[in-house]
Design a protein around this ligand. Structure first.
Ligand code: SAM
Length: 287
């Protein structure tokens, strides 16, 4: 069994490449060779990967629509002493891919779950996009229908973290159109297409420019996409204007800090926390 794996049975969650087979890790190969069974999203699809790396382990299908009995039957094999590896068609299982229910149930039954990390389109795209990578939110696939998609984007208009979406070639144009409408033509974004593959393309521009760029050439609409949108500019802390401060100071003459802050918030609409802190400072200065 590989490196820090011990002999006790486990469910291994194994990442596989998203295009370039050279990205398969040595540890993934070793684990896939040594487990008793590989649960794969699509066994025919994964057969090519197995053949390439000379892995002869038996495979069985596993999808998220596999019923509870299927989940329990796989896990009972681990409980009986066998090791199973879960793989998806590409990248890291569970990331917009099957596996969540299997891992959740395994952990509930105290079955050892071992992650075998590797490629994921989210981190691959983010690492080269040139947008802030310190804080980001992964939003999965936008909804297939326009109303749902726009609603999703609208809920993110004020999001200050970098926003990451997956998208398919069938909906890339519609998604870019709706992003432009909701986030505005000036908002910066990066289209990351066919990562790690022959036609890998990373193109960053304003959404207005991106829309023209992708419509210009049908080849740019083909393949697999990660879209990364720059987060909104953070709103500066609400400043306490002179009128607000005057109200707070007058009320502090006859009310407690808490009451004065609450009443000023009611009158002016400024956040209570902000007023409370300021009221404390004023009352300390006057005591
Ligand atoms: N589990 C995978 C991962 O770890 O990234 C994602 C699986 S999800 C079903 C497939 C989506 O991931 C694609 O539609 C695309 O949005 C993104 N994706 C996968 N491979 C990609 C690639 N080579 N280039 C760009 N996006 C990719």
């Amino acid at each position: 069994m590989a490196s820090n794996e011990n002999d006790s049975p486990a469910l291994y969650i194994v990442a596989t490449p998203i295009g370039n087979l050279g990205d398969m890790t040595a540890r993934a190969i070793e684990v896939l060779r040594s487990v008793d069974l590989i649960a794969a999203e699509d066994t025919r699809h994964s057969a090519r990967l197995m053949q390439h790396f000379g892995i002869t382990t038996r495979m069985t299908p596993y999808h998220d629509f596999s019923d509870d009995a299927r989940v329990e039957s796989l896990l009972s094999q681990v409980l009986e002493g066998q090791s199973i590896a879960l793989i998806s068609d590409a990248g890291t299982p569970l990331i917009s891919d099957p596996g969540y229910r299997l891992v959740q149930r395994a952990r509930e039954q105290s079955i050892r779950v071992v992650p075998i990390p590797g490629v994921c389109a989210i981190t691959t795209a983010l690492s080269a996009a040139g947008l802030p990578s310190d804080r980001f939110t992964f939003e999965g696939f936008p909804a297939a229908k326009r109303t749902g998609r726009q609603k999703h984007f609208q809920s993110l208009v004020q999001e200050t973290r970098t926003i990451i979406f997956y998208e398919s070639p069938h909906r890339i144009l519609d998604s870019i159109d709706d992003m432009l409408e909701v986030f505005g033509a000036q908002r910066e974004a990066v289209i990351c297409r066919e990562l790690t593959k022959t036609f890998e393309t990373l193109y960053g521009a304003s959404l207005g420019q991106l829309q023209s760029w992708i419509r210009e050439d049908a080849n740019r609409q083909r393949g697999e996409f990660v879209i990364i949108v720059r987060g909104a500019v953070a709103q500066p802390e609400e400043a306490l204007n002179a009128e607000v401060l005057r109200t707070l100071t007058i009320l502090l003459e006859s009310l407690s800090v808490k009451q004065a802050a609450a009443l000023t918030a009611q009158i002016t609409g400024v956040k209570k926390n902000l007023l409370y802190e300021r009221a404390l400072e004023i009352s300390k200065a006057h005591s």
